[in-house]
Design a protein around this ligand. Structure first.
Ligand SMILES: *Cc1c(COP(=O)(O)O)cnc(C)c1O
Length: 436
């Protein structure tokens, strides 16, 4: 059942002559079938088609944004008509206020909203704002959480819990990394210990409330509430990075699902409907410090771009006008995960399957996965067999178990059925390779 990826292989070779690793974002470069990732020619609904003509059921969804599926007719029509009115003005539009209102309606913690162009920009700006507001320098992140690629957050844990961060990339100054402290996710004792020592020096805790960038991990019962309580006690701002989980685990994101009110929120992905958008927002008194109403500088030539706002508005319109949207999406995601779980159980393959709303993930691991350290003990060889066998059968998953999967509203029961047939074959292949 080998795929023909000859054209993709040639395209990848040429791309590598022109771009580092042949890609514009590292996760896109992987040795799929025949040592190349498929190069995509088009997408529609639940399917993407590569340049060799192979069609796949897509559970990557551009890494999260495509919650309505690809080339949704209403989003496409809105974009076509917006296009004719010009693509960028660098001046205020009605669209920006409209999208800000919709976002605030879904995420009430965002009393004021600033649009930017990516999730990275949102978290970078939120941190600057938090540091300015609290007049403190240090920030706390969690090992295995990803918030974009700027210096302060491209940091991993040093040795032991609650140590100074160390750069996670060459080029990140040690002095910057040292202002970023890292903690293990789901570990309240480690957070308490850190705050006792340094609580008065910490501006903000930034967290993926439902992490999706170490694979999908769930917060334990009461964990986020305790994080909220401790940060408030020490005057530390709590930033929920819901760039991925926003509009995914629930309409109002993880904060709605778990009933927690953060001080600042970062969004991206779904709110751009497949165009480049990020946003940050939060308490009125904090957001009022942003220029031009306050002294904290942050700007963007293309921020609030009319095409991007249009795609976001059309997408959120479809989501928010339909009371059945989340129940249906969640039920489909559950059915998929249960089916994959059954396929694993039938073949004796140990997995940890996680799902909330339309986000899901699985680890090839016999033990619970609750943080980065436990995620890292997962079986990489088993994942490789799983991934390749699924791809060969026309199911497009993220090429790493340390990434989440995404369901869209357009995935049909037949898509899920076909995926589960493929999963049975793939789990058998994993079981066979485990025995060797
Ligand atoms: C994707 C992601 C980001 C970064 O967003 P970009 O648009 O890729 O810059 C930040 N935080 C989280 C949680 C993400 O999943």
């Amino acid at each position: 059942m080998a795929l023909n990826l000859d054209k993709s292989a040639a395209a990848f070779a040429e791309a590598k002559q022109n771009m580092p690793g042949g890609v514009n974002s590292p996760v896109r470069s992987y040795r799929g079938v025949g040592g190349t990732p498929p190069f995509i020619a088009s997408a529609s609904g639940s399917r993407i088609v590569d340049i060799d003509g192979n069609e796949y059921i897509d559970y990557v969804g551009s890494w999260g944004p495509m919650i309505l599926g690809h080339a949704h007719p209403i989003v496409t029509a809105a974009l076509q008509s917006a296009l004719l009115r010009g693509t960028s003005y660098g001046a205020p539009t009605l669209l920006e206020t409209e999208l800000a209102k919709k976002v605030r309606q879904a995420v009430p913690a965002m009393e004021l909203v600033r649009m930017v162009n990516s999730g990275t920009e949102a978290t970078m700006s939120a941190l600057r704002l938090a540091r300015a507001f609290t007049k403190r320098d240090r920030i706390v992140k969690f090992d295995g959480c990803y918030h974009g690629h700027h210096d302060s957050l491209l940091v991993k844990a040093g040795s032991g819990a609650a140590t100074f961060g160390v750069p996670d990339s060459p080029g990140v100054p040690t002095s910057v990394a040292h202002t970023s402290l890292t903690l293990p996710f789901n570990d309240i004792a480690a957070m308490e210990e850190l705050f006792v020592q340094q609580g008065e020096l910490i501006a903000a805790v930034i967290i993926e409330p439902v992490p999706g960038n170490m694979g999908m991990v769930l917060p334990q019962d009461g964990y986020l509430a305790k994080v909220r309580e401790l940060t408030a006690h020490y005057g530390i701002l709590l930033i929920f990075d819901e760039v991925m989980s926003g509009f995914r685990v629930a309409l109002g994101g993880a904060q709605a699902h778990f009933g927690i009110k953060p001080d600042l929120v970062c969004l991206g992905k779904v709110i751009g409907g497949g165009l480049p958008v990020g946003a940050y927002g939060g308490r009125h008194d904090i957001m009022s410090c942003i220029s031009p109403s306050g002294p904290v500088y942050q700007a963007g030539t293309l921020s609030g771009n009319p095409l991007a706002m249009t795609a976001g508005l059309a997408t959120l319109g479809e989501i928010m006008d339909n009371p059945d949207f989340y129940p249906q999406l969640t039920a489909k995601t559950k059915a998929l995960c249960e089916g994959i779980g059954a396929a694993a159980a039938a073949t004796g393959v140990a997995i940890q399957s996680h799902q909330l709303g339309s986000m899901f993930g699985l680890f090839f691991n016999a033990n619970p996965v609750t943080d980065y350290a436990s995620a890292a003990t997962s079986d990489q060889a088993a994942f490789k067999v799983w991934f390749h066998t699924m791809l060969e059968q026309g199911v497009y998953l993220a090429p790493s178990q340390f990434e989440a999967g995404f369901m869209s509203a357009i995935h049909s029961d037949a898509d899920i059925e076909k995926t589960l047939q493929a999963a049975k074959v793939a789990m058998q292949a994993v079981a066979k390779s485990n025995k060797q």
